[in-house]
Design a protein around this ligand. Structure first.
Ligand code: NDP
Length: 251
């Protein structure tokens, strides 16, 4: 591994790491040398096993990020169990689908609270620690819908646009304090979240025709971008939202 991508001795927190993109990123960070705290409602035992097989340490932290109540505990337990906190990946997220004219307050709040409010307050809790130690890397998982409108997903689009804006604001405030704040905008990635789209033959065909790379992304496709943004290779990259989308946004 080129030294500038080496994460040996670093500790990462990844939210929503039991499956999908979060699992892919957690394993990639461990592959580059980091120990990883896996945060989520369900236990991320399978991810932890893979991380340990790579010779890294994994901590399992059960937390429901639909409220901001657990954010300080996530930071405190990571420090207590793994002895540091250098990298935060805000990946946990949900989506609710309905026409804008029928969209409910419940679906609005559920998505915005998890995808945006908890992301900010976990950035704040981790950021205080990172500013204190004079270094840190924050990676927020945004979306193509940080840039596009989408359809029938108003709270998701609002939350992911918000994540992109927040990433820039925090980069502005913290770049001078040794903390990098950037985001990754995944394209269509094959996970539980997108299983219904993959199963719908007509929709799946439409999606594949529209992706220049001609295939769905795999969670492992996000690993390189995550390691880059977590490592010293990205020390002068701030407030960037990096699309990893097989060319979707280039079209
Ligand atoms: P999955 O549905 O496969 O995974 C979502 C993860 O978020 C799970 O680990 C889940 O954990 C966790 N999570 C959800 N709600 C909460 C909560 N209240 N508290 C704690 N953890 C929670 O989704 P993906 O892997 O596809 O998505 C991961 C991220 O990537 C999301 O932010 C999503 O918006 C974004 N994204 C995904 C794209 C895709 O094509 N797949 C495209 C663009 C962005 P648990 O099971 O324990 O609830």
């Amino acid at each position: 591994m080129t030294a500038m991508f080496d994460l040996s001795g670093k500790t990462a927190v990844v939210t929503g790491a039991n499956t999908g993109i979060g699992q892919g990123i957690a394993i990639a960070l461990a592959g580059a040398g980091a120990d990883v705290a896996l945060v989520g409602r369900s236990s991320a035992d399978e991810t932890a096993e893979k991380i340990r097989a790579l010779g890294r340490r994994a901590a399992l932290i059960r937390a429901d990020l639909s409220t901001i109540e657990p954010v300080q505990e996530v930071v405190d337990r990571t420090l207590a169990e793994l002895g540091g906190l250098d990298i935060l990946v805000n990946n946990a997220g949900i989506i609710r689908r309905a026409d804008a004219v029928e969209f409910t307050e419940e679906d609005w709040d559920a998505v915005v609270d998890t995808n945006l409010k908890s992301v900010f307050f976990l950035c704040q809790a981790a950021g205080r620690h990172m500013i204190g130690q004079g270094r840190g890397k924050i990676i927020n998982i945004a979306s193509m819908l940080s840039f596009q409108g989408g359809i029938r997903v108003p709270s998701y689009t609002a939350s992911k646009s918000g994540v992109a804006g927040l990433t820039k604001l925090l980069a502005n405030e913290w770049a001078g304090k040794g903390v990098n704040v950037n985001a990754i905008a995944p394209g269509y990635i094959a996970t539980n979240n997108t299983a219904a789209l993959q199963a719908d033959e007509a929709r799946n065909r439409q999606i594949l025709e529209r992706i220049p790379s001609g295939r769905w992304g795999d969670p492992s496709d996000l690993g390189g971008a995550a390691v880059f943004l977590a490592s010293s290779a990205s020390d002068y990259v701030q407030g960037h939202v990096l699309a990893v989308d097989g060319g979707w946004l280039a079209r």
